[in-house]
Every structure is written in C-alpha cells, then in structure tokens.
Design a protein around this ligand. Structure first.
Ligand SMILES: [Fe+2]
Ligand SMILES: [Fe+2]
Length: 173
C-alpha cells in the first residue's frame, strides 16, 4: 500500500527533526569535550549517533515504500552551554519534544489506517520511553553532585568508564 502524501510529508519532516537532534547532541558533545568532560562528551556523541540512526531508520522505511526522501536543511545548533546540567537539561527538553512529535505521527498514521507506518513507529514510541529515561537518570546523578565540581568529575569518569567498557566489548579501540 502506497503511503499517503500526508504520511510521506510527515515522515520527511521527522527525518529533519532526527538530523536536528543528531546535530544538537553533537554540538553538546563538542562543547563538553572542549571543557574537559570526556565522559559526558562521549555519552553525548553516542547519543548523537543514535539520532542519526533514527533518521536512517525512517529513510530506510520510505525507500522500502518507494517513497522519495527529501533531505532537509539542518538548523545551526546552539554551540555552548553554561553548565553541564544545563546541557543535559537541553537534551531532555529536546527528547520530550521528539516524543510528542513521534506520538503525533503515530496518531496520524493510525487515523490514516496505515498499519505499516504504525508498526514502524511503534519502535520509536518505545525508544522514546528509554531515551527520556536515560537522560532523566543522568540528570539525577548530576543533582547528587550538587554544586561540587568533584562530583561532576566523578560522574564524568563513570561515563567514560562505561563508554570504554562498551568499546572494549564491541572490539573497538
Ligand atoms: Fe531520535
Ligand atoms: Fe533521542
């Protein structure tokens, strides 16, 4: 069944938002790396790759449905955040926005009786639950550190250790 124009356009717009998220996380990673937070930067970079993967997932779906993909212009992201907490809060706000977008798309596909798109979006609905959860957990850890720079360094090391272990088990560098 061919995708309706409404769904096709809406999925193209979602590709744009996923690439935008990819850019925002990448920009946060660069800012935090610059400030010496290797662990937080690695975490944001990893997340940035996931957002890229989300865009690719929708691109693949459109291709499979013989629907043309239109790549967007991606807005320039903010490039510095005053605090680590502020940067992670920005990530959470963006995730919440993405969740609302995905839910809107899901409802649209549902109303359209487009079961293939509904099924593809089911994965995204679950993914957003996890995405908000992991960012919320990180914010809770940051709250534990309070205003202590040492506390942030401890979390940064923790994140760096997790990323190194994941790279090791995946046979990475
Ligand atoms: Fe995403
Ligand atoms: Fe995300």
């Amino acid at each position: 069944m061919a995708l309706s124009k409404k769904i096709h356009d809406a999925l193209n717009e979602q590709i744009a938002r996923e690439f935008q998220a990819h850019f925002i996380y990448r920009a946060i990673a660069m800012d935090l790396y610059e400030k010496g937070y290797d662990g937080f930067a690695g975490w944001m970079d990893q997340h940035s790759k996931e957002e890229y993967g989300h865009a690719e997932r929708i691109i693949h779906f459109l291709r499979e449905n013989e629907a043309r993909v239109t790549l967007p212009a991606v807005p320039k992201p903010q490039d510095t955040w005053p605090t680590v907490k502020g940067a992670v809060e920005a990530a959470l706000q963006h995730e919440k926005k993405l969740t609302a977008d995905i839910h809107g798309l899901h409802r649209l596909a549902d109303e359209d009786g487009d079961l293939a798109t509904v099924s593809m979006l089911d994965w995204f609905v679950s993914e957003q639950v996890e995405e908000e959860h992991v960012v919320n957990r990180l914010l809770k850890r940051i709250a534990l550190a309070g205003d202590s720079p040492i506390g942030l360094v401890v979390i940064d090391n923790e994140l760096k250790g997790g990323a190194d272990a994941a790279a090791g088990s995946a046979g990475g560098e």
